[in-house]
Every structure is written in C-alpha cells, then in structure tokens.
Design a protein around this ligand. Structure first.
Ligand code: SF4
Ligand code: MSK
Length: 627
C-alpha cells in the first residue's frame, strides 16, 4: 500500500499541484482514499455478496464464521460471480461506447449528423469487405449505412460469432470454438453474464468464468474493436505526430479548455469549434491570445492520436489540473470522470460541462450532445468558455511541457516498418528485440501516481523489449520522456539501434482504452506472419496501476486471446483459491495464457522478461537467462 506521507505522485506537476490543493484545503482522491481506511476485507477478497436481498452476505475467510451465503453460495461461487459482474460492466462500458459511434456512422449515412463525415473512405471499404457489405457501384454514404446496419447486428443475437473474431489467427479461433467461448453477440454475452450471475442460475465457478471470458472477448473482438474502427472511419486513422504532455500544456495567456472521458464524438466537434475564426476572434476581444484545447484521460488520447492535441494528464491528474486555476472549462463525456470534479472546480472559476445523455454529474451544467446538434452545441459551449476567461483569478501552471510523439495505429506501425511486419519479426528472430509488451490501464490512489508505470516500462525497454501502451499509462510514459525518438538512448542496444534507424521512440502510444484492440490486431498480424498462435509469441500484457472494471475486461480478453497478463493491484478474488489457481495457472491449459499478480514493478519486470525468454525458447529462438 502506498505510504500517504510520501509524495502522492512520481511526477513533478502532480506533486506541485497536490501541494497547492493541500494549501487551499481542497479535498482530493487521496484524502478520500485515506478516509475510507480500513477498506472492507470481505469486499477486498471478493467474499461479500449483495446480489439479492436475502443478503447481503459475507463468507468468513478464516473458516470460523459462515461458509455460505443465505442461498448456500460458497466462496468459489461468490468470488466468481463478483468477478464476472465486473467483466460484464467493463464490457458493457466499452461496447456501449462502440454503439454510440455506430449510431453516428448511421446518422452520417442518412445526412443527419452535420459536422461529421467519413474521413477515411479506404478504411470504410476495408471494414465493409470484412462485414460482407457490397461496395461495388455504391456511394460512400450508402456503404456507411450498410456497414452501420451490419455492425448493429453484431450487438444482438448472431447465429455464430461476432464478425471481427475473423481477425484472430485460425488456431485461436479453433481454440475458442473447442472451449466454447467464441463470442456470439456483444450485448448477448453481457446479458447472459448478468443472467448467469443472478441468484440460482449458474453456480459452477468454472462455467461462470468461461462465460466471463466469452463476455470479455465480445468486447475485445466486438464492441471495443468496433469503437476503434468506426472512430478511425469518422475521424481518421492515427499517424505519428508530435505533441506535448503534462500540466505545463495549459497556457496562461489563452482560453484553456480540457476535454475528459473516452468518446471522441464530442471532443472532435469541440476541437473543430476551437479552430473557428469567429471564436478565435472573440477570444482576442476578451484579451486571450487564442484557444488552447487540452486532453485528459482517454478522450485526451483520442484527440492526441489523431490531431496531436496536447495532453494535460491522466486519471489522478484530473482533479489536480483544476487547481491550476487556469482551466476555463472542462467538458466531459463518460467513464473515469470522478463525481468530485465539480466540487473542486467550484473553488475556481472553471465551468464544468457534461455532454452525454447517459452521464450526469452533480454541479455540472448539462449540455446534451447528439449527432444532429453536436456541431452547434460545440460552438455554444466553446463560446461560453471564452466568455469565462475574464473570470480567472490566481493562476499557477507548474513546469514546462514535455515533448512526445503519439499516433501509432497498427497502420502507422506497419507503415514505419515499410508496409509489413517482416522487419519487426526479423529483429525479434535475431534477438535484437526480445519481445513486446502492451502496458495498459489506469492510476489508482493505492499506488504512488505513475510510479509503477515508469519503473516497469523503463526496465523492459532497457532489456530490449518494445513497449506499446494505451490509456493512462500512455500519458504516464509520455510525461516520463519515453515517447520521443531520443528516448532510444534509454533502451537496450538492440532496441536502441532499431528505434534510431526508424526514428521512433521505444514506447509506442497506441491510443485510448478501447484502442487496446489495436494491440490484438497487431498480435494477430505477427502470429499469422509466423504461422503460430498469439499464445506462442514472446509478448505479454500488463496493467500496473489498474482500478476500473473496464481494465478487468481488457485483462480477461488479453488472456483469453493468448496474452499472459500481469496485474499490479490484486483483483478481488483472494477469497477463493480455486478461482485464484484457475486464473494464475489453470488457464494455461485452456487458453495458453494466465494472469500474474505482482505489486512490485521491479519483480513484475523480471516475471515478464522470464516469460518472454521462455516463449522465445519454445519458438526455437535464442533465450537469455533472466536473473
Ligand atoms: Fe446472499 Fe446468495 Fe443473495 Fe448473494 S445471492 S446476497 S450469497 S443469498
Ligand atoms: S481513462 S479506464 S483510468 S486507463 Fe481510459 Fe485511464 Fe483506466 Fe480510465
């Protein structure tokens, strides 16, 4: 557990802003976390159940008190059900985000979404081909409409499998069929998960966890994949572009607007409005030098990846950034938005705007964005932000921005390699690159902010392991200076030479939380090129500071796809050794990958390196001993 007397963050801007919050007596996530101590041990182990009102029930982990709930559910059933409900919530969140994008695509096709358009026709046609949508002789908008309809079908009851499962290597798909975890429909798997965990339905902890995997796969190869692909069609496929990160990206002489959440549907329109001449002129009239749009969390990652828009911070920076007094407006969509934000903002002049019909927050002004009115709404709220500039009082922007490069979609990575994965595979075969790791996920106040991300990433790259990252880790690693081509100096000799030749950083920013699917697509391409399954590759996943249900789902779809995955914080499963053993060992026999929990990032790096070297050996490649 993080020592509350130590610095809350490993970052300079984080600590300086936290000191300011303390000075001004502003309560943040760290004080609230402290106030919750000691947190409930039953819940921590997954041993409490409130699924029905014969309960709530608790199972005594010491064997002295009750060993079943009122209904008779034992520790295995209670722990498995709780974990499965986390998976369902995570899958629902990402997949509902994907649905919103499909709805925008459908409205664009019908001419009902002014301001939005098809930005990448080639990608639209590639997706249409995958979905069996005829493109010959059809207008772009007709194709878009037919593709949106086909994707909507993926959300319901498909006869066999969600479409994009076809992207997985053949061996993996055959394995899923054999185990019975091929996802059949996106909403169907979440719905079935909730049904099975109702009192008196599925009381087999193994069958529950198998459905948990199928549910997670319906997100990874379904809802999240749709979210990423449709975002690319509507807003462009990311390409490498320079940007800046940390609280220093706020500008004292400009109107600062921060976008926070996950879905690019609102932030893309805001970004357009910030560039409008009318509003830039208004900003000048109000005494500002311009309008400075910055990102937070994954909405920030979405606009960073496609537009190079600067990133102010990740999850645990979202309250602190308000204490600069320099944010004229924060616009939120959904997910990972702490309900405390408006309370912190109220200590300053910052206007807080919520935009989604499904995400309301106390103390925020609600301006609902829909495809038909988003362009108009964006102009109105940005105007309000400009009007708010003159109300600023004391401004404190700590430090200078850090340079970074983002935008490494699969297309961009393959492009940097000359169009195919062959150079990357050659480097892996020759041992210059030992393997690759996807580091993903959040911050958690139980861990010093960004510390584990930095340590783990540093240890991996210095041992010639390429790192790709998404979500809040991507921001942490950018702030640490790992995302400029010069960071190649921090890498081991093999990785360094390749990064220098390609002029890329050793840590590649692949996007937001839904963009973890880009990692799945890349791994499939590598596995296909080698003629093996994903589980044979010298790769791993890691979520060193995760907190959210979505991260559980991501971890489960990584493992079910064959990627052994490290978790920093322990998930709430310690109450059942059967569940722990299945997830950390038994799954190897089922899907060829497991979870490993290790809070210490130094030890996690050793575990991951040993795993990668073992996979190399199994492939007949040279393997190093990791001490
Ligand atoms: Fe208790 Fe069973 Fe109801 Fe859970 S489902 S609250 S264990 S009675
Ligand atoms: S925002 S899910 S805290 S990565 Fe995607 Fe960050 Fe985790 Fe939210």
């Amino acid at each position: 557990m993080f020592d509350p007397k130590a610095n809350v963050s490993v970052t300079e801007d984080g600590n300086r802003l936290y000191a300011r919050a303390r000075q001004e007596n502003i309560e943040t996530v760290w004080e609230r976390h402290q106030a919750q101590q000691p947190q409930c041990g039953f819940c921590d182990m997954g041993l409490s159940c409130r699924i029905c009102i014969m309960g709530p029930c608790r199972i005594d982990p010491f064997g002295e008190g009750p060993q079943t709930g009122v209904c008779g559910a034992d520790a295995d059933i209670v722990v498995a059900r709780n974990l499965c409900r986390m998976i369902a919530a995570g899958a629902a969140s990402h997949s509902d985000h994907g649905r919103d994008l499909v709805e925008v695509l459908a409205k664009v096709a019908r001419g009902q979404a002014p301001g939005y358009k098809i930005r990448d026709e080639a990608k639209l046609k590639r997706l249409a081909a995958e979905y069996g949508v005829a493109v010959e002789g059809k207008e772009v908008l007709q194709i878009a409409g037919a593709l949106a309809d086909a994707m909507m079908e993926d959300y319901g009851m498909r006869r066999k499998a969600v479409q994009l499962v076809d992207r997985a290597p053949k061996k993996r798909r055959e394995l899923w069929e054999k185990v019975g975890i091929t996802p059949r429909g996106i909403d169907r798997e979440t719905s079935e998960m909730m049904h099975r965990t109702h009192m008196g339905v599925d009381n087999g902890w193994v069958s529950l966890l198998l459905q948990g995997m199928r549910n997670a796969l319906s997100d990874g190869w379904g809802g999240s994949m749709i979210a990423t692909e449709v975002s690319d069609i509507l807003f462009g496929v990311p390409t490498p572009r320079a940007t800046q990160v940390n609280a220093g990206v706020l500008k004292a002489d400009q109107v600062n607007i921060a976008v926070h959440g996950h879905n690019p549907v609102v932030s893309e329109m805001i970004s357009k409005a910030c560039m409008s001449k009318e509003l830039l002129d208004l900003a000048k009239q109000k005494g500002a030098q311009g309008i400075n749009l910055v990102g937070l969390c994954c909405t920030g990652n979405e606009v960073l990846m496609r537009r190079g828009i600067a990133m102010a911070g990740n999850h645990l920076m979202t309250e602190l950034i308000l204490t600069t007094g320099a944010v004229d407006m924060m616009i939120v969509d959904y997910q990972c938005i702490m309900p405390s934000l408006a309370k912190v903002a109220a200590c300053y002049h910052t206007k807080m705007i919520s935009t989604s019909d499904k995400a309301h927050f106390p103390g925020m002004e609600h301006h609902e964005f829909h495809p038909h009115n988003a362009e108009e709404k964006a102009m109105a709220v940005v105007r309000a932000a400009v009007e708010n500039f003159s109300k600023r009082r004391d401004v404190y922007i700590p430090g200078k921005p850090q340079a970074a490069v983002g935008g490494f979609s699969v297309e961009a990575i393959l492009g940097a390699l000359g169009g195919t994965a062959a150079p990357l595979l050659d480097a892996v075969k020759a041992g210059r690159i030992r393997g690759a790791v996807g580091i993903v996920g959040c911050n958690n106040p139980k861990i010093q902010h960004d510390q584990n991300h930095r340590v783990l990433t540093r240890r991996l790259i210095e041992n010639d392991i390429l790192v790709v990252d998404t979500g809040c880790v991507a921001v942490a690693n950018a702030k640490a200076g790992f995302k400029v081509p010069e960071a190649a100096e921090l890498a081991g000799p093999g990785l360094k030479a390749i990064c220098q030749a390609l002029k890329i950083p050793p840590v590649l920013h692949m996007g937001s939380c839904v963009d973890n699917v880009r990692i799945l697509v890349l791994l499939s391409a590598l596995a296909d090129a080698l003629g093996v399954d994903i589980s044979d590759l010298p790769v791993a996943g890691s979520a060193p500071e995760w907190y959210s249900e979505k991260a559980v789902t991501i971890g489960v779809y990584f493992v079910a796809s064959g990627v052994t995955t490290h978790l920093g914080p322990m998930p709430p499963i310690a109450g059942s050794m059967n569940v722990v053993n299945l997830l950390t060992q038994g799954l190897n026999d089922v899907v060829g990958a497991t979870f490993a929990v290790e809070p210490d990032p130094e030890k996690a790096a050793l575990f991951i390196r040993r795993h990668i070297e073992a996979k190399r050996k199994a492939l007949g490649l040279d393997a190093r001993e990791v001490m």
